[in-house]
Design a protein. Structure first.
Length: 146
């Protein structure tokens, strides 16, 4: 088993600012509730927009800190630690890099920073394509009623 980062590259038909804002400001809309501790009670997910800010999942009044923002460069780069699925006291690292492309935005998503001995934990993260497809759809169709 590997500790190499999990990498996905996306091409989105939207401006970089829309792609970035969709990732951080609308994450609760595209994050699947089934990828939380309790899909039925999931009420939100927030990325606090500052280095040191929290990534927080809400289940009613219960808040779970999923990580901390480690890099914040609006519209181009974001990184945060990520604790879901990890043993207590451990976190991996999610990094999202965005740049303009001919068709809109190129997004490089990387989930890495795996601790030695966490190969089994890493091997469980097979859902990123489904999660990121929801993100891409919302970024490309931000106002479905228009």
């Amino acid at each position: 088993m590997s500790l190499a980062p999990i990498v996905h590259e996306l091409r989105l038909a939207c401006p970089v600012e829309v792609a970035f804002d969709t990732y951080v400001d609308r994450i609760a809309e595209w994050w699947p509730p089934g990828y939380t501790d309790d899909a039925r009670s999931f009420t939100g997910l927030v990325v606090e927009p500052v280095v040191g800010g929290r990534v927080v999942a809400s289940h009613g009044a219960d808040e779970q800190v999923w990580g901390r923002v480690t890099l914040w460069e609006r519209a181009t780069h974001l990184a945060h630690t990520f604790t879901p699925g990890q043993p207590p006291g451990r976190a991996s690292l999610v990094r999202v890099d965005l740049r303009p492309s001919a068709s809109g935005t190129a997004v490089r998503f990387e989930h890495g920073g795996w601790a030695p001995g966490s190969e089994r934990v890493r091997s469980r993260f097979t859902g990123w394509p489904r999660i990121l497809s929801r993100y891409a759809h919302l970024a490309e169709h931000p106002d479905p009623e228009k």
